[in-house]
Design a protein around this ligand. Structure first.
Ligand code: SF4
Length: 346
């Protein structure tokens, strides 16, 4: 008989958290700026910052899937990396089950937080060590988080999780290069899932896969979410995928959240001009349906020197003088529907 993970827990950090009234994750004014340095013969000095994430506020409720959508470079992946403590924020805070995860912690507390926050990457091949067998790759999280667990039990758990993601026992003795793209993404999911996290951040998990394989992985994630009572943050640039998987959607642009609402509402009552233009680009399967596509002018501005006021104003079809002067706050315009715009469509 295998032991439960709770028997190995050495700290009780989250006892005051109430799943019914508090979000499992809440992010407050998170900023992540990367310094740009200029090198001389003797010195290096910081001359600017890339404002990858520039004041993000959002929350995740237990058991839901929050989709995050936006163009490349809008800060989606950096937001996810800070949320799982792979990066430190420049400013702001991230609460997981009511605990500020960047407050000073003991090693045991740090491990307790990290065990429950896992990430799946777009390219599983680069996140899986090609020199290690699958058995070792999936066993590694147990070695880190549960060093006292017996080897036989770790091995049994690896085989169990491989079966959960649709792989066979013999796959445990193979290396990552022996798998197809879809199978490698199953391995990435197995590694994230092995130690039973509460939240998984999925960073473009199907973008690099063929459409038929995408559907298999999305169905697998759906089943695993139910079986393991998981909460997902699902990052994608494809709005059709986001619509299919998410309970709520947050739209990002230049390091900020532009709009956040339940998925159905976002597609029915789109409020932010940027979301309107994104949605207008979704292909319709019926050619008889007339599309009023909004083509955005110009490129996404540089995150080193973002526009003043509303970051979307140089490309916005509704921009007025106020937009270039005052940054709109993310405000709740209808219950659970948040928009950062001076002149929303609703
Ligand atoms: Fe457009 Fe102004 Fe709204 Fe920004 S604040 S999205 S520029 S209307």
């Amino acid at each position: 008989m295998t032991t439960t993970f709770e028997e190995f827990e050495t700290v009780d950090l989250f006892s005051s958290w109430d799943a019914k009234t508090q979000p499992i994750i809440s992010i407050h004014n998170m900023k992540k700026w990367f310094p740009v340095s200029q090198q001389s013969i003797l010195f290096s000095r910081v001359v600017a910052h890339i404002k990858a994430v520039d004041g993000v506020n959002l929350f995740l409720n237990k058991g839901e899937t929050l989709g995050i959508v936006g163009e490349s470079g809008c800060g989606k992946s950096t937001t996810a990396k800070v949320t799982v403590k792979l990066e430190e924020p420049t400013e702001g805070s991230v609460y997981f089950k009511g605990i500020d995860i960047f407050q000073p912690m003991t090693r045991e507390e740090e491990l307790a937080v990290k065990r429950q926050l896992q990430m799946v990457f777009q390219d599983p091949y680069s996140s899986l060590n090609p020199r290690r067998m699958v058995l070792d790759l999936i066993k590694e999280p147990f070695d880190i988080h549960f060093p006292d667990m017996l080897y036989e039990e770790k091995e049994a758990r690896v085989l169990e999780i491989l079966a959960k993601v649709g792989l066979e026992d013999y796959h445990a003795l193979r290396y990552p290069h022996e798998f197809s793209g879809g199978q490698r993404q199953r391995l990435g999911i197995a590694r994230a899932l092995a130690i039973h996290p509460e939240v998984i951040l999925l960073d473009e998990p199907v973008s690099a896969l063929d459409v038929s394989v995408q559907a298999q992985i999305l169905n697998l994630l759906h089943d695993l979410q139910k079986d393991f009572d998981l909460t997902f943050m699902f990052i994608a640039h494809d709005l059709s995928v986001i619509k299919h998987v998410s309970d709520r959607v947050a739209v990002m642009y230049l390091g900020k959240i532009m709009e956040m609402s339940p998925t159905g509402e976002l597609f029915r009552k789109t409020g932010h001009p940027y979301s309107v233009s994104l949605l207008s680009a979704i292909p319709r399967p019926d050619p008889r349906i007339k599309m009023d596509r909004i083509i955005l002018e110009g490129d996404v501005p540089s995150p080193i020197n973002p526009p003043s006021g509303c970051p979307f104003h140089p490309r916005c079809y509704k921009a007025q003088e106020l937009c270039s002067k005052v940054t709109p706050d993310l405000e709740e315009v209808e219950p659970n529907h948040y928009i950062a715009c001076h002149f929303p469509e609703i």
